[in-house]
Design a protein around this ligand. Structure first.
Ligand code: G1P
Length: 292
């Protein structure tokens, strides 16, 4: 069987929650400790074998292209200084895989952004990774989703239990169990329901493995929540169609949401704790702060 190689990463969002930081800087470039959030996402895709990455971008996103490109002047300076450690850090993001870029054009929603990848993807299953969600590198969520797709030949979404008060921030699934503890059949999906209307507290987190049939389905999907073409709505149509179906992988590992300020700060602290060069001192300092 052919190995899955393609990942689509929609990055056209304006990042208004982080203004003014995101006035001139794409939100995906905000550092999580010392690496831009987007690099974690591309590294995750590449670890899962997806080394053909298509970023669907918008205006003011040039910094993303620069980040994954060579920086010859900077490299030359570091070479002349013999600073091989920093050189390795600069080069890290340029040797990850093959990264393609295309513009979304009109910002008409996540479904629309994914649909822009139609030609690039062709007739193969592919993954979609949303930049706001970071998955801990020890948790191989994407590998598991690719495995389930290969077995079931359906679209696969990543699901995670969230606090019932949070359902208005996510696509929420109605599910049925399978023989596998971490795999469910998705019977229906609804985009960002209020807690009293949510069918469950199983939220779609930003990882999808999609079959190419998603493209014609998106084409027939009317604008939904917020007047946008929602990927969730297209997947709901597929989930309700017994000839297509959708599966979910229930993720119980560590996910960091960098999409809002508080969880972004938490993500930085949690990941810095794990770092040899920062963890111990940070812990001591934080304890002191809390003691005051
Ligand atoms: C998007 C999807 C939503 C999903 C979420 C995961 O929403 O529309 O269904 O649950 O990503 O992060 P966004 O956060 O882009 O508004």
């Amino acid at each position: 069987m052919k190995r899955m190689t393609k990942a689509v990463v929609p990055v056209a969002g304006l990042g208004t929650r982080f203004l003014p930081a995101t006035k001139a800087l794409p939100k995906e470039m905000l550092p999580v400790v010392d690496k831009p959030a987007i690099q974690y996402v591309v590294e995750e895709a590449v670890r899962a074998g997806l080394d053909d990455v298509l970023m669907v971008t918008g205006r003011n996103k040039n910094a993303l292209e620069n980040h994954f490109d060579r920086a010859t002047e900077l490299e030359a300076t570091l070479i002349s200084k013999g600073d091989t450690q920093k050189l390795a850090k600069v080069e890290e993001s340029t040797i990850l895989g093959e990264i393609h870029y295309m513009r979304q054009g009109d910002p008409r929603g996540l479904g629309h952004a994914v649909h822009r990848a139609k030609r690039h993807v062709g007739q193969e299953p592919f993954a979609v990774l949303l930049g706001d969600d970071l998955i801990h590198e020890n948790d191989r969520l994407l590998d598991r989703m690719i495995e389930v797709n290969a077995e079931k030949h359906t679209c696969v979404v990543a699901l995670m239990e969230v606090d019932p008060s949070q359902t208005h921030m996510y696509g929420i699934a109605t599910v049925e169990g399978t023989g596998d503890d971490d795999v469910v059949v998705v019977k229906d999906l609804v985009e960002k329901p209020d807690p009293d209307e949510a069918p469950s507290n199983l939220a779609v987190i930003g990882r999808y493995v999609l079959e190419p049939e998603v493209f014609p389905t998106i084409e027939h999907t009317a604008p939904g929540r917020g007047g946008e073409i929602q990927l969730t709505d297209a997947l709901a149509t597929m989930a309700r169609d017994p000839r297509q179906r959708v599966h979910g992988v229930v993720f119980r590992g560590r996910r960091f949401d960098t999409g809002d300020k508080l969880s972004y700060i938490k993500a930085i602290i949690e990941l810095a704790f794990e770092r040899e060069d920062l963890g111990d001192e940070l812990r001591i300092w934080l304890k002191e702060q809390l003691g005051n």
